[in-house]
Design a protein around this ligand. Sequence first.
Ligand SMILES: [Zn+2]
Length: 325
Amino acid sequence: MDPRLNKFKKIIRECNYDNTYKMALAKALVELSSEKEYEGDFVVFTVYDAAHKFLKYYWNQTIYFNLVQGSNLKKIPEVLQYTKRLISKFFEYNENKKPERFEKAEKILSEKLRDHYAKTIDNIACTICKDVAWRFTRIDGEFADDIYVFDKTKKVFVISSEVVKLLKENAEDLYDLINYRWGMILETFNSSPRINKKVKIIDREDIKRNSLNKYKVFLDAENPERRCFLCGKKIEDKELSIDHVIPWSYVYSDDLWNLVYVHKSCNSTKSNVIPSEEEIQKLKERNEELFEILKEKQESGKWIDELEIAIEKDYVDKFWIGCKQ
Ligand SMILES: [Zn+2]
């Protein structure tokens, strides 16, 4: 294997666990290398090119899953602070508060929130110059100049076209390695479940949520009048929706024990909010009743087994405590 590719992998494998910047830069370099054909002996990526990728990765991980990216819980990594600020500007503008992939949100950012967007890129670029670019290539106390040279005055990465070609040709393997390490780092300071799956899914164009309609037959068994879990009133068909009591962004899974009927309008006002103690209590009682009813009806299957396990192992409380952290 080419020694430069080996070094690049070594940087990924041996990166420390303080934050995830190195993973973001590794991924940005691979992505930039793969995007188009480059000519000449050397390729130049600006720090702004890299900053744009950083923003995309952190935006998508944050807006969907709100993952913690640094070991110091009292001091959020700078890049994440800038990203979160931009996300809140985006939500101020886009009132429906629905998470939106960066690739889609970018149109609004560049048209309607141009100054905030440009400022965010500048700030991230500044952090990359200050903290990431020079540190990245340091292996065993030496700088691996054969991977790239960072020109601090021009704010550019100068990379030989051979290295660019290596990164491009090995892009799939490198993404897997980076995502795997990124997930491992996140596991040290995130208590939420399915971290690796969350990191991996972010690369996909579409974060699809599965239809929850198949749960209606079970929910109806316990709640035939289809009363709203939040306000208690009956729900008209066109207002009916199924909600995750413990937010989807945390559990990243659809489980009968966590699903209830709510009004669309009640749902949209509470999206991603951590449930109250009363709601948790109510959900636990609902689950016990639901399980009794299904047992009486002699229903069986995977979802009912899962419901039973959830009751026995007290998932509702466990996940609730986890998502409050
Ligand atoms: Zn309601």
